[in-house]
Design a protein around this ligand. Structure first.
Ligand SMILES: NC(=O)c1ccc[n+]([C@@H]2O[C@H](COP(=O)([O-])OP(=O)(O)OC[C@H]3O[C@@H](n4cnc5c(N)ncnc54)[C@H](O)[C@@H]3O)[C@@H](O)[C@H]2O)c1
Ligand SMILES: [Zn+2]
Length: 380
């Protein structure tokens, strides 16, 4: 039995934002979640104007942190409860959307974000949520997940509850038109990781395969221009859709060792999520080659690539192309550039091995020795 759950309404393309009032489903006051970086970029203006013109009052929550800790998410939840809003509109990257999702399921005040870490079933959504991603991206607009850092564990953890699947999503290319290239690159590689990990996941299903493969078909030809060329609007739109598909793939399947081993890099060294994944992507994919060559070859074929003689060569060429993407996007993949040293290695291995929720999805089993050698590839 396979289940595919996703937001009930997804609006994509030109004028998609005009649907915002309708998606608020009669709410007279909404809380708009975003952050200061997004506010400064000017992209809040249009959705706020649309709300105002529709007679929907809004209150802003703009002091949201990037890559939130569980306690930071809790602080926002408390500020949010005081607003007594009837619905949530989140306009941001994964950080903003994750906080908004947690606020929606703790709005009744019956549990805290910390309690959700051990028991996500405590959360109950009591209002509708509309997500408008501004990065492309985490796909958080499609997933039942919210990721928070737990400082005392020096780790990021995923809280998973179907109650957090947003009600509606607006994918509007205007939101990522001026996304700084460094953020576009890291978040774009995050989407790539979601798609290739889900496609090669032990938890893959026919639903996740379809969304993951479509995401890959959009990402490979578009990611570089979307990140490097400010005028490549078609590519940016393709990445926005691909990131959403990647999120649906996560919701139906699950990521694997790239995300598992990148969580400690975010939790302890505060390396942005996408950059941490970019670092672990190629070591893990090459490690996975013996178990995943058939799946990699299928992706190679689906991309319309030709010339490789057999499955093994197709898989190798796909990995080379992936490595080229990470290289061309100029994302630093050297752990030392983030202040990580060889002395940190054992802590990283211990923390990474704790992420069994995702490691168990990896087609090739990952031992502590394997994790050590994977991290060591980024500690030259
Ligand atoms: N819930 C999920 O399924 C899921 C999946 C993957 C990642 N995540 C989580 O999402 C978080 C990362 O999210 P992210 O990578 O989208 O980045 P982010 O939300 O942390 O944003 C990064 C920075 O980009 C800025 N920014 C965002 N959009 C912008 C725009 N359009 N113009 C200018 N600046 C902009 C923000 O102000 C912020 O400073 C991490 O905490 C990660 O663990 C969640
Ligand atoms: Zn991710």
């Amino acid at each position: 039995m396979f289940t595919c759950r996703m937001p009930a309404t997804v609006c994509y393309g030109e004028n998609a934002m005009d649907q915002l009032p309708k998606l608020c489903k009669g709410a007279k006051t909404v809380a708009v979640f975003s952050d200061r970086g997004i506010e400064a970029s000017g992209i809040l203006r249009k959705p706020l104007e649309i709300l105002a013109n529709a007679g929907i009052a809004y209150q802003l929550l703009l002091d949201l942190p990037a890559e939130p800790t569980c306690d930071q998410a809790q602080q926002t939840a408390e500020a949010f409860r005081k607003l007594e809003a009837e619905a949530i509109v989140a306009i941001g990257g994964g950080s903003v959307m994750d906080i908004a999702k947690l606020c929606a399921i703790t709005a009744d005040g019956l549990c805290t974000v910390r309690e959700l870490i051990d028991n996500p079933a405590l959360g109950h959504k009591s209002m509708i949520t509309v997500m408008i991603p501004t990065t492309a991206g985490t796909g958080a607009e499609a997933t039942p997940n919210a990721i928070v850092a737990v400082p005392e564990k020096e780790l990021k953890v995923g809280i998973v509850s179907e109650e957090m699947i947003p009600d509606s999503v607006i994918l509007d290319g205007e939101m990522i038109r001026n996304l700084p290239s460094k953020i576009a690159a890291a978040t774009g590689v995050d989407a790539l990781c979601h798609a290739i990990e889900c496609y090669t996941s032990k938890a893959a299903t026919p639903f996740s395969d379809m969304y993951a493969l479509e995401a890959l078909k959009l990402i490979f030809p578009n990611i570089q221009s979307a990140c490097m060329d400010p005028d490549a609007l078609q590519s940016k739109n393709a990445m926005l859709l691909a990131a959403f598909y990647g999120g649906v793939a996560i919701a139906c399947s699950g990521t694997t060792a790239v995300h598992a081993l990148s969580y400690p890099l975010g939790g302890k060294y505060h390396i942005p999520h996408g950059a941490a994944n970019a670092m672990m992507l190629m070591p893990v994919m090459r490690f996975n080659l013996p178990a995943c060559s058939e799946a990699f070859a299928r992706v190679y074929d689906a991309l319309g690539e030709t010339g490789a003689a057999n499955e093994e060569e197709k898989a190798m060429r796909l990995l080379d192309r992936m490595e080229e993407i990470v290289h061309n996007l100029e994302i630093p993949v050297d752990l030392k550039s983030y202040g990580v040293t060889n002395d940190d290695l054992e802590d990283l291995v211990t923390a990474g091995m704790q992420v069994q929720r995702l490691l168990k999805n990896n087609l090739r089993p990952v031992t502590a020795d394997d994790a050590r050698s994977l991290y060591m590839q980024r500690l030259p």
